[in-house]
Design a protein around this ligand. Structure first.
Ligand code: HEM
Length: 139
């Protein structure tokens, strides 16, 4: 991934803080996502706690592998295929990213900064663009 070493370090450190309270993060995320896009609620299961844990586990894996682009590619490929089956459209990624960045800003309020925000924004853009490309390629 084209993130600088410094950005990768910031992302890793800050994510380490998020996973000390995964439930709070999950709750903030889905509440904000559904506030922005109530029409997409139907896509998700009712057990959002389990869903939150899956999302946090996936981000943890991606963050851990940030410096190994070829491993991430495989994960992204599989994630994209599954998301197509869930009925997710490329157009939904912007809202998802907005809710994700909002969640980080809330949970990491004590350390949130412009450089940290930019690092996460770049990471999300890279992953989501790769997923969207995969989803379009298979259409
Ligand atoms: C970087 C972006 C994303 C990541 C890392 C991510 C991660 C995950 C993970 C780990 C799961 C659990 C199941 C699985 O692994 O297949 C999941 C399920 C799901 N995600 Fe995402 N997701 C992302 C983007 C999105 C977007 C943009 C949407 C659009 C609304 C979305 C909607 C869903 C839905 C509907 C499910 C399935 C729920 C179910 O029926 O169990 N995801 N996602």
């Amino acid at each position: 991934m084209a993130l600088t070493q410094e950005e990768q370090k910031m992302i890793r450190n800050s994510w380490g803080k998020v996973i000390t309270h995964p439930e709070e993060a999950g709750e903030v995320f889905y509440q904000h996502f559904f506030y922005l896009h109530p029409e997409l609620k139907y896509l998700f299961p009712t057990d959002l706690k389990a869903q939150s844990h899956k999302l946090i586990a996936a981000v943890t894996i991606l963050v851990t592998k940030m410096d190994k682009a070829e491993h991430i590619r495989e994960d992204v490929h599989k994630l994209a295929q599954r998301h197509k089956q869930y009925g997710v459209k490329p157009a939904y990624f912007a809202a998802f990213g907005e809710a994700f960045l909002y969640t980080l800003a809330q949970v990491l309020v004590a350390v949130w900064s412009e450089p940290l925000k930019n690092a996460w924004q770049s990471a999300y853009t890279m992953i989501s663009e790769a997923m969207m490309l995969e989803m379009q390629a298979e259409e």
